[in-house]
Structures are given as structure tokens and as C-alpha cells.
Design a protein around this ligand. Sequence first.
Ligand SMILES: [Zn+2]
Length: 61
Amino acid sequence: MITFEKKEDVAPVCPYCKKELSKVWFRHLKGDLGKRCIYFCPECKSCLGVSHRKGIAPFGL
Ligand SMILES: [Zn+2]
């Protein structure tokens, strides 16, 4: 079992360029599946994830 733990004082690290993320950029995607967002690293532009629901729901949450 893995539990969630809130961590506001530690920055997540981009898995591609290994830079700490203080922000995440996103763009809207439009298509047959409805509106989605794609999230990417502002440093290296690597895609970090795509929302799987309508609206703004980062990383599938
Ligand atoms: Zn990056």
C-alpha cells in the first residue's frame, strides 16, 4: 500500500531534464475526445502528461 503525503516544500523534478519544476506549462487539445490539456516542462518542453478528463485536471487526477 502506498499512501499520499502532502509535500509543499519539495519541488517535483522533470523526468527528462532533471530540473526542478516551479511551474508547469499546458496547452489545450481539441479533438473527438473532447477538450484535454497537455502539460509540459517549461525548461525542455518535454510532455509530462495529458489530462484524461474534460477541463483542467492535471496528470489524470
Ligand atoms: Zn524538463
